[in-house]
Design a protein around this ligand. Structure first.
Ligand code: UT7
Length: 326
């Protein structure tokens, strides 16, 4: 049986660091509150004109270099993003152009923070079906440009960054063993960016109402996130006839340390089996898992043959998991 296998990773975060102490000067909050409620200490924020494709290209270039490939070797580029360069054309097409990936088709996936794991699901199935052979999958976000810096309930959470992987077919019993994706549009109002689309196009009124910024019902989102992530983690292991003890590393979406700890507790995983970097980057949405995966790989936390569970949750609502054997 053919399946997809990640052959290289790369990531990029902007240099500019915004700490909790910096945020104390902007909104009524405190380092203690943010640390205790979220686990975040600092986040990276782009400077000036940098857009999602700029970050994506940095991460992709590193992944290509590590795979010893040229951009023209890629036949598909998929970018998970909700903060793309512009509504259209896609950020994936901007990346294709900049990299010179002349032989690649390119499109974006909008599944909010689940975008990268949704992308893995799509890419793995395209590879299994024989449609593509060498795919560049990226999660890239510049959420800072859609953050309401007057809203203390959201501006403390988000950061910018990008992560990329290159996926090829393999006949080995390793690679992407299984993927699951889910949605429930009934909860669409829990996290949204209401302005700028055909429902609320840009107008004087939409600007006055601050509709072009992320809105989130944090506490309700938190509860649904804990429930769905626990469920999907348990189900993914069961479907693959694995127990939590067989798992070498959980790489969860980095939204809130308390959500991550709840899943770890449900699976009875010790801290050394859970990858956490939220303190450094905050919630980078679709970029959070590929950045974490890249850090886990380059720091030696991932070893040959390891079973790795990725799980994500985000606006839509969407949630998703992927089980990898490295
Ligand atoms: O990646 C997409 C998925 N997103 C998520 O998974 C986010 C999920 N939600 C969360 O992470 C948490 O709900 C938050 C971190 C956003 C908020 O934490 P919480 O423990 O749910 O707090 P809360 O919203 O229930 O607010 C508790 C209190 C409120 O004050 P009162 O009403 O009790 O007086 C808030 O006004 O904390 C207040 N508060 C703050 N205080 C200081 C809210 N934000 C802040 C703040 N600093 N930044």
């Amino acid at each position: 049986m053919i399946r997809g296998k990640i052959i290289a990773t790369g990531s990029y975060v902007p240099e500019n660091v915004i700490t909790n102490l910096d945020l104390e000067k902007i909104v009524e909050t405190s380092d203690d509150w943010i640390t205790e409620r979220t686990g975040i200490k600092e986040r990276r924020i782009v400077n000036g004109s940098q857009a999602a494709s700029d970050l994506a290209c940095e991460a992709a270039t590193l992944a290509l270099k590590r795979a010893h490939l040229k951009a023209r070797d890629i036949d598909l580029i998929v970018v998970g993003t909700i903060s793309g360069d512009m509504p259209f054309p896609s950020t994936a097409c901007a990346v294709q152009n900049r990299l010179g990936a002349k032989n690649a088709a390119a499109f974006d996936v909008n599944a909010a923070c689940s975008g990268f794991v949704y992308g893995l699901h799509i890419v793995n199935n395209l590879i299994r079906g024989g449609a593509h052979n060498r795919v560049l999958l990226i999660g890239a976000e510049v959420l800072s440009k859609f953050t309401d810096w007057e809203d203390r309930t959201t501006c403390i959470l988000f950061g910018d960054g990008a992560g990329a992987v290159i996926i090829e077919p393999t006949k080995e019993r390793r690679g992407i063993l299984s993927t699951n994706i889910h949605s429930d549009g009934n909860f669409g109002d829990l996290i949204m960016l209401p302005g700028g689309g055909s429902r609320n196009p840009c107008s004087r009124d939409s600007i006055i109402k601050r509709l072009h910024f992320i809105k989130m019902k944090g506490n309700e989102t938190f509860k649904v996130a804990v429930r769905t992530l626990e469920e999907i983690a348990v189900r993914t292991l069961e479907e693959n006839n694995l127990t939590a003890e067989d798992l070498d590393l959980l790489i969860p979406h980095q939204a809130n340390i308390r959500i991550i700890q709840a899943t770890a507790k449900r699976l009875n995983l010790p801290p050394e089996k859970v990858f956490v970097n939220i303190a450094k980057y905050g919630n980078t949405s679709a970029a959070s898992i590929p950045i974490a995966l890249d850090e886990a790989v380059t720091s030696g936390r991932v070893k040959d043959g390891d079973n790795i569970l990725l799980e994500a949750f985000g606006g839509g609502l969407t949630w998703a998991s992927a089980l990898l054997r490295w």
